[in-house]
Each structure stands twice: as structure tokens, then as C-alpha cells.
Design a binder for this molecule. Sequence first.
Ligand SMILES: Cc1cc2nc3c(=O)[nH]c(=O)nc-3n(C[C@H](O)[C@H](O)[C@H](O)COP(=O)(O)OP(=O)(O)OC[C@H]3O[C@@H](n4cnc5c(N)ncnc54)[C@H](O)[C@@H]3O)c2cc1C
Length: 371
Amino acid sequence: MIKADFVIVGAGLTGSTIARILTDSGQDVIILDRKDHLAGNVYDYRHESGAMIHKYGPHYFRCGSDKIWNFLNRFTEFYNWSATIRSKVGDEYLNWPVNQDYIEKIAGKDWEVFKGEPSNFEEACLAKMPRQLYELFIKGYTEKQWGVNAEDLDKELAVRITINKSNVNTLTPNHKWNALPRNGYTQMVKNVIGDIPLKLEFDYLQHKGSVVANKMLIFTGPVDEFFGYKYGKLKYRGQNRRIEHLPDTEQHQPCIQVNYPNIEDPRIRTIEWKHLMHSDEKDKVKGTLLTHETPFTPETSASFEYPFPDKKNKNLYEQYKSEAEKLDDVLICGRLGEYRYYDMDQAIGRAMKLASEIMEKFEIPASVEYA
Ligand SMILES: Cc1cc2nc3c(=O)[nH]c(=O)nc-3n(C[C@H](O)[C@H](O)[C@H](O)COP(=O)(O)OP(=O)(O)OC[C@H]3O[C@@H](n4cnc5c(N)ncnc54)[C@H](O)[C@@H]3O)c2cc1C
């Protein structure tokens, strides 16, 4: 029998942050995860080539909150690092996001803007950029990513598409910190968990009967699975990843990530891992290591990555959410529990907020200030 006051299902950023905050306040906590490793979706490891690789896709950390930054700095050192992305258009590697100068170069100053209230992703894009730009960089990429026409996607998805106003060519120039943990994300999460009891390769839903949470169960897995898919399955997109080691090549591409907006190429992007390694370690890599990513619609949760942005899935999630809200001693949260894409800093910020709500509910005095 597994027993604790707080049973936390999931050793990713959400579960480990909540576990750490409750433990810091003297609570009895256990973490369970069905994977054979901790860190969930941010898991990274050293490939035999010497390169540090992120198993579930590249993770670029950025953050604007002192509270989140200070919390993480208890567990890891960071080095400054900003992601630079290029899109391969023809034979050229063009900056992504594009900047104002490039827009003027391809469309002049007076391009035709979409007028009226956008009703879908394509229209929302055309309300903020010239059609030439949309077709060169976004349409093909987006249709490959989601496997449907851009007109069938929610307009909210366009919010994440930015145009750099200045001529800075990094992905997120406006965040206070763009950085990576010195010894990787797995080590960072390992340090967050510290000596909190952790059981890996344990599927909570398969062994519910042998788990007792005296105060609360905090579940960070897929919400539809928790409820036995009673209303149907939520749809996700994922990526097939093909790792390629080029032992005799020093450098394959100009930056960490190259996108392929061309619809003819089934790949969506290629990652060259050396570009995100600390300068002390990069030179130890034998050749270079790449991951080629091709989108698909996964059936099993190990490959669930992006919640599908359409009304059908939004409504389905709302049904599960209202079921979840009826449970007094269960909290379903995190990217899979809330069927929502959270950047890492957002996931940690959300977990910190939820932890303080749990402490309020159970009248647990905070013994560590997170400021
Ligand atoms: C492809 C991709 C790229 C990303 N890149 C970035 C980036 O560049 N920058 C950024 O800031 N963010 C990025 N993110 C977001 C980041 O991955 C998330 O913010 C973060 O992983 C959320 O953590 P989580 O704990 O909520 O979920 P997860 O890490 O998925 O943790 C959930 C855990 O619960 C476990 N679990 C589920 N069900 C059960 C069960 N029944 N029993 C036991 N265990 C269970 C799972 O095994 C998993 O370990 C990216 C996300 C994706 C999908």
C-alpha cells in the first residue's frame, strides 16, 4: 500500500514544484510517475556522441518573473542562452521570427491587412502580416504541424506568432532571462525533488486501489484518461523524432533549430543539439547530433505534445474540467491535466499558485517564502 497525505502523480515540472513547496512546509508527500525517469516532458540526457539531448523536443527556457527565477536558482545554476531559429526557404536560412525590415523588403510599407474580425488562424495571421510572409513562413509549417488546413484552426493560435519589431534575431528577446540549466533539466528536477519519496514506473490509474492520499491526490496526467475517456478522447499532436549522428561533421546548420515551412518536406524542423550546449562542453562532442521532427497524431499519452486547437476539443475539455471541479480531494493540473500548452516558466508559476491554494485550503503555514 502507498500512503501519504499528498500523493502527487507526475514527476514533471508541475508535480515536482508542488511537491517541493508542500515538503518545504513539512507535509508528507510522495510522487509517482509511470515513466522510467523523472522530469516528465523536460527530460534530457547525454547521448553517446557527448551531446546533451532533450528526449521530447528542444526546451528553451525563458522567464520574466523574479519569483520563478529565484525558485529555480535554488536548484540549478543557469547559463545565459537565447534561442535563434531560422526557416529554410529555398536554399536560404531566413530569420524566424521575421523582423520589420524583412517585412518591408518583401511587401513594402503598405501591404494589405485583413479587415474585420478574424474568424480563424489564417485570418488572424493576415491581420498582422502580409500574405507573402504568411505563405512563405507560416501556412505550410502550421498545416504540417496540425495536419489540417489553416482555416480550420482557432484564431487564438496566432497569438503565439510574433514579429520582431526591432532587428534582434533571437526567439524571445523581451524576456528578462533567456537561459539553460548548467547541468540540464533532468538534474534540475532531480534537485527540486531532492529526498521526497519518488516511485517511478508506477502507473497510478492501473494501481489506484493500492494508493491512499489522506488529504489530496494531485494528478498531472491526461484528464480524459483519469475519467476513463467517458466523454471521448482529447486530441493531441506529437512528433516522430529521428536522431542522426554525423560523426565527421562539425556543424550541420547555422543555429539550434531550422524550420521547414515547405509543405513538400514532411519534416517540420531539425534540431542541432551542439548549439544549445555550454561552451565548455560543446567541443567534446564527436561530430554533431541532429533530431529531425515530423508531426503526427499520437494515440498513446507518451507522445502527447500539443493540445489540438479547435472548438471540438475545447468543448470536450470543458466537460472534463467540470467533472474535475466536483472532486474535493483531487486536483487535476499541469499541461495534460488542464489540456493546455504551458511554457516551462508558466507551468512552474501555475504550480506555485496551486501549491499556495492547497496550503490555504488545509491551513498549512508556509515555512519558506518564495519571493
Ligand atoms: C514539444 C514540446 C516542446 C516544448 N518546448 C518548450 C520550450 O522551448 N520552452 C518552454 O518554456 N516550454 C516548452 N514546452 C513546455 C514544457 O514541456 C511544459 O511546460 C512542461 O513539460 C509541463 O510540465 P508538466 O509537469 O505539466 O507535464 P509533464 O512534464 O508531461 O509531466 C506529467 C507527468 O505525469 C506522468 N503521468 C501521467 N499519467 C500518469 C499516471 N497515470 N501515473 C503515473 N504518472 C503519470 C507522466 O509520465 C509525466 O512524467 C514544450 C512542450 C512540448 C510538448
